[in-house]
Design a binder for this molecule. Sequence first.
Ligand code: HEC
Length: 136
Amino acid sequence: MIKPLLYGGLAVFGMVSAVAAADSPASLMALYAQQAGVSGSALSATRGEALYRTEHAGRDGQAVSCAGCHTANPAQAGRTRVGKRIEPLAPAAHPQRFTDAAKVEKWFRRNCQDVLQRECSAQEKGDFITWLSQIK
Ligand code: HEC
């Protein structure tokens, strides 16, 4: 009697945590638009692409950009500065992308600091995901 109850409880718990973790590119775009105080349709793939490609003077004066590690084509695998493989950033090429809000926030913070020497705004994050989501 106890066992089915226990397993049933675990199954329900598993389902609840799976639902809670179910972020998606669309849900994150909606969240960032809301944080920025704009409608979802005000997010811009064009601005997202510019954010991705624009080079900035990095801390040591070297030109840095998101494309520097994630490559000119975000549907392809990238490389860190020490040569470690980075899975493609485009969800079409790597479906796990933008499915974990905590991970997404962690890397936006870290990489925007690295490239722009400041955090990205909510609007920029929304634009960025909008562009990447459109890549086939
Ligand atoms: C120094 C190399 C490097 C640069 C430059 C870089 N990234 Fe990344 N990025 C990484 C690494 C490493 C990861 C984590 C490994 C992984 O997720 O595959 C990552 C992951 C991410 C993720 C996580 C996405 C997800 O859902 O998994 C986002 C968002 C991201 N980067 C955005 C950016 C943005 C925006 C820029 C430019 C402002 C940028 N990155 C520049 C190396 C870089």
